[in-house]
Design a protein. Structure first.
Length: 145
């Protein structure tokens, strides 16, 4: 007599055999004609240029993190809205405080300028041979390096 664990084991074995059999069968039937264009990196129809490891501006990461923070916080609104009628005034005031904190955070980020895309490049002190330290804004080429 097969136990529950035995049934799970049989299910896993059948699943692995099914997937492996499909892959082996497809490998036997498909044509194998590699050429340089097929083996190249796919860039959405564009010819890939340069190295794949490119330095991105920090602003992209900051905006992504801000989006994640506010997106996750807004997820808390849905369960509250579902049971709103059963919660009463205390939960309503609690949610107003929560939304107020979110608004203050959004105003802080906005005031700080982290949502502006057209800010000038940051001034980063750099040491140059024979010149010393300079504090001029970096060019786009220098930022990308």
């Amino acid at each position: 007599m097969i136990t529950e664990f035995g049934r799970v084991l049989i299910f896993l074995i059948v699943g692995v055999v099914f997937v492996a059999g499909g892959m082996i069968f497809a490998w036997l039937l498909r044509p194998n004609r590699p050429y340089p264009s097929k083996l190249a990196t796919y860039e959405c129809g564009e010819v890939p240029l340069g190295d794949t490891r490119v330095r991105f501006n920090v602003r992209f990461y900051v905006v992504a993190l801000i989006f994640l923070i506010f997106d996750v916080e807004v997820v808390f609104l849905f369960p509250w809205a579902v049971v709103y009628k059963n919660l009463g005034w205390f939960a309503f005031i609690e949610m107003l405080v929560f939304l107020g904190i979110l608004f203050v955070g959004y105003a802080y980020v906005w005031r700080k300028g982290d949502l502006d895309w057209d800010k000038p490049a940051p001034k980063v002190p750099r040491y140059e041979k024979g010149v010393g330290v300079r504090e001029t804004p970096l060019t786009e080429e220098e930022i990308a390096v």
